[in-house]
Design a protein around this ligand. Sequence first.
Ligand code: GDP
Ligand code: MG
Length: 160
Amino acid sequence: VARARVHMAGNDERTYIMVKPDGVQRGLVGQIIGRFEQRGYQLKGLKLMQPTEALLRQHYNELVTKAFFPRLLEYMLSGPVCAMVWEGKGVVATGRMMLGATNPQASAPGTIRGDYCIDVGKNICHGSDSVENAEREIGLWFSADELLSWTPHSRPWLYE
Ligand code: GDP
Ligand code: MG
């Protein structure tokens, strides 16, 4: 029974988390990975990469008409990003809570943005805003063979 429940549907929700160029430059990759690890989420994919403009236009397809989009593009092209897929129960919504608000000045201390940054245009980390967008973004940034299926030894100690 315990074994069945830890593999319950819903515990395999996935989100796309990306340390942005400022987070990589400032040496915050480890801090951000550590927060998701400590919470109990499972790392399914991870890579450092230089995003292209074409990929960023797809990733931010809802924002291309915004006045700030050219600045966002320049920001996201300014250096490597660390792309990650994290899995676990409620990881999309919890990941957004862990991230804080889009504007770091509205982010509570204790959140990633609330602890490490100041400006909306340098807010160090991305997190998917819905399960549907998470799956779309994971498909953009990762190929199927870059996502691993594995069972963490602590899983029975994380889920009731
Ligand atoms: P997120 O989901 O919290 O990352 O926020 P959005 O999806 O609304 O926006 C995507 C990213 O665009 C944000 O994380 C910011 O880096 C950037 N952005 C959003 N709004 C602004 C803005 O008003 N000015 C600037 N410079 N960047 C913005
Ligand atoms: Mg967003």
